[in-house]
Design a protein around this ligand. Structure first.
Ligand code: FES
Ligand SMILES: [Fe+2]
Length: 325
């Protein structure tokens, strides 16, 4: 354990999993985004046919960063010498490069990339013969609205917070009822089912939840890698929220200085009455709930050896079983 990160030996900073990279909404064909996962740089672009593709960020010719490239059909045209860069799962880069000239085609290391829940997900490149794990959650076909924001917090503290039942009363003015029940999903995540009762004095959003639910909410929280899915039943209203986290800093950054790019994707069943209205209402309630969490986990230095909440311990145990990148 290093002195700056008391949770390092219990919870990987970069588990092997799918990570959210962008919102699909507003990401037009021809646009390029860039970032890194575990220090390995990626570029993500929307090709001319509307599909997303991703590759290592540096041109295989002389290493120009491809965030300055242009999308050309399904490929990227490097800005330095004009080669067309084509992401492939197993590019035969060891065969050497073809004759270089404007418009020549160069294979590049592609990244597994998928669009789901209105978000674009990336997995680091696979070795020959490896297959990507399933995406974190099964698609429930909900209508969705997305949001994203940088939070000055360690993603591990944010996931713990999503499972910590003992903060519910003080931060959210809710009290869990009975014992939570845990199981594993087909995609490999850990799921907690529980119910809560709404307490008075939680502000407007709690008052509204109280009116909608009659005071009781049925919940399932599933953690898979750095993402959580919350499924809730409030009276006759069902919702699902995906909260997917992309760490921004190297693991030697002190936890209290880490930042996380947080994506939210809020959904309701398409069969709901007045679906647009319900969807905006669900998004308002989820974001109001999360605002209370973000304020409290900011600059947290996560420490797990003193944790006694059974749900936090289950989440930490699950995380410790994951491979590290
Ligand atoms: S560096 Fe990209 S084509 Fe030369
Ligand atoms: Fe919370």
């Amino acid at each position: 354990m290093t002195e700056h990160d008391p949770a390092e030996s219990q919870w990987h900073h970069w588990p092997r999993c799918w990570y959210p990279a962008a919102r699909a909404d507003g990401f037009a064909p021809g646009q390029i985004r860039s970032g890194h996962i575990a220090g390995r740089q990626w570029v993500l672009y929307r090709a001319a046919d509307g599909t997303f593709r991703a590759a290592d960020a540096f041109c295989p010719h002389m290493g120009a960063h491809l965030k300055a490239a242009c999308v050309a059909g399904q490929a990227l045209r490097c800005g330095l010498h004009g080669c067309l860069i084509e992401p492939q799962q197993n590019p035969r880069i060891s065969d050497g490069l073809p004759a270089i000239g404007e418009g020549c085609r160069l294979p590049a290391q592609g990244w597994p990339c998928a669009e789901r829940f209105g978000l674009v997900w990336l997995h680091p490149p696979l070795l020959p013969g490896q297959t990507a794990p399933p995406l974190p959650f099964a698609d429930n076909g909900h209508l969705r609205l997305t949001a994203s924001r940088i939070i000055p917090a360690d993603w591990r503290a944010m996931i713990c917070n999503g499972f910590d039942l003992s903060h519910m009363a003080i931060v959210h003015q809710r009290t869990p009822e009975g014992e939570p029940v845990f199981d594993h999903t087909a995609e490999g995540g850990i799921r907690m089912r529980f119910s809560t009762r709404i307490l008075p004095k939680g502000g407007f959003s709690s008052w509204l939840m109280q009116r909608l639910s009659g005071g009781r909410i049925e919940l399932a929280h599933t953690c898979n890698g750095s993402s959580i899915m919350v499924e809730s039943r409030v009276g006759r209203f069902a919702t699902s929220g995906i909260f997917a986290l992309l760490p921004q800093d190297p693991p030697d950054t002190p936890p209290e200085h880490r930042r996380t790019l947080a994506f939210a994707s809020i959904g309701i069943p398409p069969s709901a009455t007045l679906p647009r209205l319900q969807l905006y209402l669900a998004r308002f309630l989820y974001l109001a709930f999360l605002k209370k969490d973000f304020a409290i986990v900011e600059n947290m230095r996560l420490k797990l050896d003193g944790a006694d909440d059974p749900a936090v311990l289950q989440a930490a145990r699950y995380q410790s079983t994951l491979e590290s990148l």
